[in-house]
Write a protein that binds this ligand. Sequence first.
Ligand SMILES: Nc1nc2c(c(=O)[nH]1)N[C@H]1C(S)=C(S)[C@@H](COP(=O)(O)O)O[C@H]1N2
Ligand SMILES: [Mo]
Length: 200
Amino acid sequence: MKHFKKADDPALQGRVPPGQYLTEKWPVLHYGPVPTFNARTWDFRVFGEVEHEVRLGWEQFQALDRECAATFVADMHCVTSWSRLDQRWEGIPFSKLVEMAKPTAKAKFVISHGEYGFTANVPIEDAQRDSLIALRANGETLTQEHGYPCRLVIPHLYAWKGAKWCRGIEFRADDAPGFWERNGYHNHGDPWKEERYWGD
Ligand SMILES: Nc1nc2c(c(=O)[nH]1)N[C@H]1C(S)=C(S)[C@@H](COP(=O)(O)O)O[C@H]1N2
Ligand SMILES: [Mo]
């Protein structure tokens, strides 16, 4: 692919995980069709091992975003080996959802749910490190193909760990391997350890 360059610039030492190439363009990567958005039927849920289930309609979700939006600049790493540096994500901090829903002491795993039943699983500690439900990237509203209206971003893991077209966050006592995890990807997905596939 033409726009890929090798990450051998010394200035990038420590920025690019092993086996990754840099790209300046932002590839689109997902399984299945791009869903359409319907503001009347769309909702966002926080559920499972929580004290207070949360269900927000589109208006309420936007109000929450206006109230608490935060920005996080992070490098984005796809397991297929492209990385994009300094992606600027903006949206609702994961910590805000925790504050609202109050996961119980039993909650040990977090599942992000996307449209069409897509899921991705992480231990709760990973979800609680600077994650956010992003509505914007690099100053612009997410495009449909990049996950409009929102996506989970867990900056320190491979990008598949966050659902695009995110419709909810589930807290669970037990783990539940998600879509890519059931299709051969590593259960954890730390790019610095090259946790790409089962058995890595
Ligand atoms: N709903 C959904 N979210 C998804 C995926 C998917 O297949 N479905 N793929 C993941 C993978 S593998 C990557 S690399 C990123 C890609 O995000 P992008 O298309 O904005 O670059 O989305 C992640 N989120
Ligand atoms: Mo990916």
